[in-house]
Design a protein around this ligand. Structure first.
Ligand code: GLN
Length: 525
């Protein structure tokens, strides 16, 4: 198989080819690195690469494969699903000896002293990490434009954003750099970029994955999750990283099912899962400002699920409207506490001006970008003595109401179906001067984090030639139902014409004359 063909494979196809001896982990990695080198300048999905480390890991994976092949079928079948498969890490996953900047100048030059829990798990599984991907600073944003290292573009239209904050991982998976990527989702940062880039993304139940070694944004909302080009691949990646870890007391001792084996390879069998499934359609999720093309694709997808035997029930989530306000009190409040540790003494960037306070002001003043400062101010204000009850405490009460809305809905349905993002990918720069417009990108995803539930986004067609995402929301710990629904939807739309379309600007990525995202943004300003 030639390099370009190799990068087109899904992770489960790569796994089969590796076991059959048709390809080596080294060849898969070299194909991935070649594609990154050839196409990432105008995309800027990556923050840093670790070619040497990845090559060592690929060699080790090939040794494991060879040993298992020598030992017979049983040994081959027992190998982990991710062995030899390239996986991108968002640049807030701390890894020993490698830069981990969270998209922030204040962590410029910071090198991880240890491995995050998920980095350890991926290494044990034999996954190959070519590097770290670009992101909004401290995961605050919906466009990847708030990265201190410059924006990332959307491979479907290079003048548009990939979504955010995990835009680098989503763009890398959509551009065939890697079959799998890791993101984090505090209010939508996996599902929204997955939707805007036309890939699959899952935000797991709060507590499903250990946050040990993940640079924190808002600790009661942050979850780590997978990107893939189909549901089965995303399930395989989640399975490898999920489960209790002593070092994160919020990670739950709940067994991790073998989702990837449960999901049918056969389309008819997968579609059969829909018969009799009760799926709620929340009225409130067709929000004001939703693009008609997005609403049309989502309603068509719901009709397709119904034709395949699902029972669609309209449900009410009456407090949905308060989700945004609640989130923008709780998330900044937690962020203001989490970001207090960046003092110029312990991590990365450091300025020296006069006394201790001078150092502190200069380091934080120049180290943090505008959006992060906005959040720290919002959060500090909401937590201050005079306002705590009026804002923070009230937001916590509304949080309970939002959660109760979901509990009531799940009394009568197995899962919910909704849009992921109210719009398709928007132009670079379009929402930078209007924070509230940017915040509205997550109107359909934030409530899921507020309630701690799992949410899956799968591609459901195009509007204005740009991808639209369909969101499934599940009960706590029921990622399994979401995976079955995503897989079933893929099965019933397997022949749809849009599934065979490549991101429209892939060709331009290979043209060395194509400007970088930062140059395109400057030209617009
Ligand atoms: N866009 C939302 C924010 O800026 C959510 C980000 C996220 O999920 N990390 O806070």
């Amino acid at each position: 198989m030639a390099g370009n063909d190799l990068t087109r494979l899904r992770a489960h196809e790569m796994a089969a080819a590796l076991r059959a001896g048709d390809v080596s982990a080294r060849e898969l990695l070299e194909a991935s690195l070649a594609r990154i080198r050839a196409t990432d300048r105008p995309l800027h999905a990556w923050a840093s690469l670790d070619e040497d480390g990845a090559r060592d890991a690929a060699k080790a994976a090939d040794r494991r494969l060879a040993a298992a092949r020598g030992a017979g079928q049983e040994a081959l079948a027992a190998l982990p699903g991710l062995l030899g498969i390239p996986v991108a890490l968002k640049d807030l996953v701390v890894t020993r000896g490698l830069p981990s900047t969270a998209g922030s100048r204040i962590l410029g030059g910071f090198v991880g002293p240890y491995d995050a829990h998920i980095a350890e798990r991926l290494a044990e599984a034999g996954a190959i990490v070519p590097g770290k991907t670009n992101m909004d600073e401290f995961a605050m944003g919906s466009s990847t434009e708030h990265s201190a290292w410059g924006p990332t573009s959307n491979p479907w239209d290079l003048t548009r954003v990939p979504g955010g904050s995990s835009g680098g991982s989503a763009a890398a998976v959509a551009s065939y750099h890697v079959p799998l990527g890791i993101g984090t989702d505090t209010g939508g940062s996996i599902r929204q970029p997955a939707a805007l880039c036309g890939v699959v993304g899952l935000k797991p139940t709060y507590g499903r994955v250990s946050r040990y070694g993940i640079i924190a944004f808002a600790s009661s909302l942050d979850q780590i999750g997978p990107f893939g080009r189909d549901t089965r691949d995303a399930a395989t990646l989640l399975q490898a990283i999920a489960g209790r870890d002593e070092r994160d007391s919020t990670s739950a001792p709940i067994p991790v099912p073998d989702w990837s084996t449960e999901l049918a390879a056969n389309d008819d069998e997968a579609a059969g899962w829909l018969r009799g499934a009760r799926i709620g359609l929340p009225r409130q999720y067709f929000v004001k400002g939703m693009e008609p093309g997005v609403e049309a694709r989502v309603r068509e997808a719901v009709a397709a699920l119904e034709s395949a035997g699902a029972i669609i029930v309209e449900v009410d989530l009456p407090h949905t409207d308060y989700g945004l306000a609640t989130y923008y009190i709780i998330a900044p409040a937690e962020a203001s506490a989490n970001l207090a540790r960046y003092d110029g003494v312990r991590f990365g960037y450091s300025e020296h001006e006069g006394d201790v306070l001078g150092n502190y002001l200069a380091t934080r003043g120049r180290g943090f970008g505008a959006e992060v400062k906005r959040r720290i101010m919002l959060g500090t204000y909401a937590l201050s003595a005079g306002y705590y009850d009026a804002f923070y405490l009230k937001a916590q009460k509304v949080r309970t109401l939002i959660k109760a809305d979901f509990d009531a809905a799940f009394a009568s349905v197995d899962a919910l179906v909704a849009p992921t993002s109210p719009t398709v990918a928007f132009p670079l720069g379009a929402r930078l001067d209007d924070p509230v417009a940017m915040y509205l990108s997550d109107a359909c995803t934030l409530p899921v984090n507020i309630a701690g539930l799992p949410g899956l986004s799968v591609p459901c067609g195009l509007s204005d030639r740009l991808p639209v995402g369909l969101q499934f929301i599940g009960r706590a710990w029921d990622e399994g139902t979401l995976f079955h629904l995503g897989r079933a939807y893929e099965a019933i739309t397997a022949d749809a014409g849009w599934r065979r379309l490549d991101p429209a600007d892939l060709g331009a990525l290979e043209d060395p004359a194509t400007p970088t995202p930062a140059e395109r943004m400057a030209a617009h300003a």
